[in-house]
Design a protein around this ligand. Structure first.
Ligand code: FBP
Length: 548
């Protein structure tokens, strides 16, 4: 494989580890835990893995661990650092017992079910250290939820002598990891299951999981691009850039990018919902900023849009919920041949209120709302082009104002969608170190015989040596939610908190950023080598959350 000079240099980067992981570990057990909500239901559904204690690692004495074979799965969307979770897991396992073996299941959870696997040796892992992507074993979105799938998984584990599986995934994949751990325990099948918090969306976080990996790098990549666009906009002075950012339901990515680049407008879905805003309200707010800037002769600017926005406009949310229930396993709908046929069917099934909204949407957007759900029953918001919808609506409103003599400026807009550009970037030092530590932590949880835990590394705004590693029972993060028309136990998604410090900081300064004189920041590309204040900074979100 031909490599760039940066790739070659990065291959030699030695990720920083917390002190407790630098040698042998002793484990401190905390108190019994409870789920974040719906305790009775969750306890009933997870009788064998509910209530386990929090685990904290501290430096300890050398121990002799029995040999263990482990299988690892990358699940869901790519996130920078996945390869380093595997490197950390591999190095940890080899250190704890050189006879330990690591297998990778290929193309996501389906690899476990369909028995597609490969052994991950030092030679294989070496090529992927500190690199972006999930290509070492591939990823996929197959949902692991049926007992026959668990049994197929147990079959291949038995064949390969695998006693533990590590699932690297987001909230849904870790929910499934917990269900799998519970099932194997209940059936007395000796396979442990450990989860690892991955997702660029940043919505898998709580008291014990400060951030999911990949969020740092992805936001830095998008912020660089936004900064570059802002510099172009203020040079050419002729375009408004409407930039939709990945992040699924949560607006963490949009908010973090706003903190890093200071755009003229950034919408936060959670605020839209809290203020019961309509699509018209959102359009009016954007128009107000464009008119103010236009009146000052500044016919350019940036608008950041979280990709999940549409789901948070209350009336749209109701429409989407009705569509989700209607389209779950709907063979009639799936068998229809034309868009018109599907449109008529949908209109006939919706409540009158939702039907009116559905009819008012441009046909393209209405169709995007009915595209296939992902295997977890979520609408695929990455496929809904909200930025184009907003450009169209804002453009119409401004044209009307112009015709009425209320606006004299110009409006020319360009749409962007940033998502895939950042998901496989070379991990920042933060993500490279964090993921390596998460993988290493998983190797210890396994060797200590734990199951149903998520690997956790905390105190992340401190230097890596001071980070605290350990394990969090996955049941602790769960609550009951409606999915595909049924109540299910799932890990609670962390949305942007309007009373949280990152949002409060943004809300304090955003009017200034709207102003005639832009206060843009141009963050530039991620730096891997150089002064620590340039190379090792975590996200602004994390720093503000920790009052730094
Ligand atoms: P995960 O939740 O699996 O980490 O995926 C995150 C994400 O990048 C979202 O931001 C985005 O909506 C989605 O994946 C896109 O999915 P796909 O990769 O299937 O197009």
């Amino acid at each position: 494989m031909t490599k760039s000079p940066l790739q070659i240099a990065r291959a030699h980067y030695q990720p920083k580890l917390p002190v407790a992981l630098q040698n042998y570990v002793s484990i401190t057990e905390g108190k019994a835990t409870e789920s974040v909500a719906d305790q009775d239901d969750i306890k009933k559904l997870f009788p064998n893995t509910y209530g386990m204690p929090l685990l904290t690692f501290e430096p300890g004495e050398k121990k002799n661990y029995p040999v263990v074979n482990v299988g690892v799965i990358l699940s869901g969307g790519q996130a920078p650092g996945g390869h380093n979770v595997i490197s950390g897991l591999f190095d940890g396992l080899k250190k704890l017992n050189p006879k330990n073996k690591l297998y990778g299941f290929l193309e996501g959870p389906i690899g476990l079910v369909e028995h597609k696997h490969t052994e991950l040796t030092e030679k294989v892992v070496a090529d992927y250290r500190n690199t972006g992507g999930f290509d070492i074993i591939g990823s996929g979105r197959t949902k692991l939820e049926e007992e026959w799938q668990f049994d197929k998984g147990a079959e291949i584990c038995k064949k390969l002598g695998i006693q533990a599986i590590v699932i690297i995934g987001g909230d849904d994949s870790n929910t499934n990891a917990c269900v799998l751990a519970e099932y194997y325990k209940q059936k007395e099948i000796e396979i442990q299951v450990i989860g690892c918090p991955k997702t660029i969306d940043g919505d898998l976080k709580n008291e014990m999981i400060e951030t999911s990996f990949g969020f740092d790098t992805a936001c830095k990549v998008y912020s660089e691009l936004i900064g570059n666009i802002q510099r172009d906009a203020s040079s050419a002075k002729k375009y408004w850039h409407f930039i939709r950012l990945m992040g699924r339901s949560a607006s963490h990515i949009a908010l973090e990018c706003a903190l890093q680049s200071q755009p003229n407008v950034c919408l936060i879905s959670e605020e839209v919902e809290a203020n019961n805003q309509t699509l018209d309200d959102i359009v009016n707010n954007i128009v107000k900023v464009i008119v103010n800037r236009g009146n000052a002769g500044l016919n350019f600017g940036t608008v950041l849009i979280p990709e999940g926005l549409i789901e948070f406009i209350p009336a749209m949310k109701k429409l989407i919920a009705e569509l989700n229930d209607m389209l779950a396993d709907n063979d009639d709908f799936n068998a229809m041949n034309t868009d018109d046929e599907r449109r008529e069917y949908v209109k006939g099934m919706l409540t009158p209120e939702s039907c009116n909204i559905y009819r008012s949407l441009p046909k393209g957007i209405a169709k995007q709302l009915t595209l296939d759900r992902d295997p977890h029953g979520n609408i695929q918001v990455s496929l809904i082009e909200t930025e184009k919808l907003l450009i169209e609506m804002v453009g119409k409103r401004l044209a009307q104002m112009k015709a009425e003599g209320k606006y004299k400026g110009k409006f020319s807009a360009i749409n962007h969608f940033f998502g895939y550009e950042g998901r496989c970037a070379i991990p920042s030092n933060f993500d490279a170190d964090y993921t390596y530590s998460l993988g290493y932590t998983a190797s210890i949880l396994i060797s200590e015989g734990k199951t149903g835990y998520m690997s956790s590394v905390r105190k992340l705004t401190e230097p890596a040596a001071e980070w605290i590693a350990g394990g969090v029972p996955i049941t602790m993060m769960m609550n009951m939610e409606r999915r595909s028309g049924k109540m299910k136990p799932v890990i609670q998604k962390a949305l942007v908190r309007l009373d949280g410090e990152p949002f409060k900081f943004f809300a304090k300064y955003r009017e200034k950023w709207e102003d005639a004189q832009p206060d843009y920041i141009y963050p530039g590309p991620i730096q891997y080598f150089g002064p620590t204040e340039v190379c090792d900074q975590p996200t602004r979100t994390l720093l503000l959350e920790k009052n730094k």
